[in-house]
Design a protein around this ligand. Structure first.
Ligand code: NAD
Length: 256
């Protein structure tokens, strides 16, 4: 289902081999755009791109590497002729109580989830400028809007992504580059599968809508922000979380 018009647009999506990134890639193609999926998962990434046909490509890309970033964005322009959008989606989510989190693990999570986003935006700026503007969508998290237990490195990185998005929005508006953050709540993907969440109404009482999200629901927000329909939207933080960060329901508070 095409929810927005992305015809003519070329978008790079990191961590697009599976999960939210793969759903976003599908939505870009459904909207008439073309997409370069990047990931460290080579077989899954190639398979995801192949399913999308000629409007998609895959390239192995580690978001912590400056050289990989340069190669990925140049490849997108070489294959498709331009760059209009960047979705910084790649991320890892594992965590510990703050007092048990190792410094090494904290650094690793921040390196991928936050430094990777910084390098991506920085590398994309000249190409987006040359394009006359564009849209950067950074996938933060509901954990970037609240203090969530067991997410020392992850939560800190997602708050960082939220802040970096604001800075990008303010600095890059003059170049016609919009920068926004999306904050998914609990969504069914390979990342959250180990938590044991189930799809379906009533299965997630912590969220006012009472259920976890599906990747297509996050993708719909991403492609809106990529599209010209969001032409006056920059520096925004869009929660797509079933109301989880809005507050607590009576049912949740009282258990009835
Ligand atoms: N699923 C959720 O409930 C949820 C909620 C909030 C935010 N998010 C965020 O959404 C994004 C996508 O998560 P997902 O749920 O689809 O998880 P996922 O694990 O299915 O997908 C993440 C992808 O990122 C890739 N990746 C990891 N390290 C990388 C690196 N160094 N370079 C390139 N790619 C790398 C992985 O290989 C994987 O394909 C993440 O940033 C995550 O933090 C997810």
């Amino acid at each position: 289902m095409a929810v927005v018009d992305l015809s003519g647009k070329v978008v790079v999506i990191t961590g697009g081999a599976r999960g939210l990134g793969a759903a976003a890639a599908q939505a870009v193609v459904d909207g008439g755009g073309r997409v370069l999926i990047t990931d460290v998962l080579e077989a899954e990434g190639a398979e995801t791109a192949a399913k999308l046909g000629d409007a998609a490509r895959f390239l192995r890309h580690d978001v912590t590497s400056e050289a990989d970033w340069q190669a990925a964005l140049e490849y997108a322009v070489a294959e498709f002729g331009r760059l209009d959008g960047l979705v910084n989606n790649a991320g890892i989510s594992t965590g510990q109580f703050l007092e048990h989190e190792s410094v090494e693990h904290f650094r690793r999570v921040v390196e991928i989830n936050l430094v990777g986003v910084f390098i991506g935006i920085k590398t994309a700026i000249p190409l987006l400028r040359a394009n006359g503007g564009g849209s950067v969508v950074n996938i933060s998290s509901a954990a970037g809007l609240t203090g969530l237990a067991l997410t020392a490195g992850y939560g800190a990185s997602k708050w960082g992504v939220r802040g970096l998005s604001k800075i990008g929005a303010v600095e890059l508006a003059e170049a016609g580059i919009r920068v926004n953050s999306v904050h998914p709540g609990m969504t069914l993907t390979p990342m959250t599968a180990p938590v044991g969440i189930q799809a379906g109404e009533g299965n997630y009482p912590g969220a006012p809508l009472g259920r976890v999200g599906v990747p297509e629901e996050i993708a719909a927000a991403v492609v809106f922000l990529l599209s010209d329909a969001a032409g006056y939207v920059t520096g925004a933080e869009l929660a797509v979380d079933g109301g989880w960060t809005a507050g607590l329901t009576v049912k949740y508070l009282t258990g009835q």
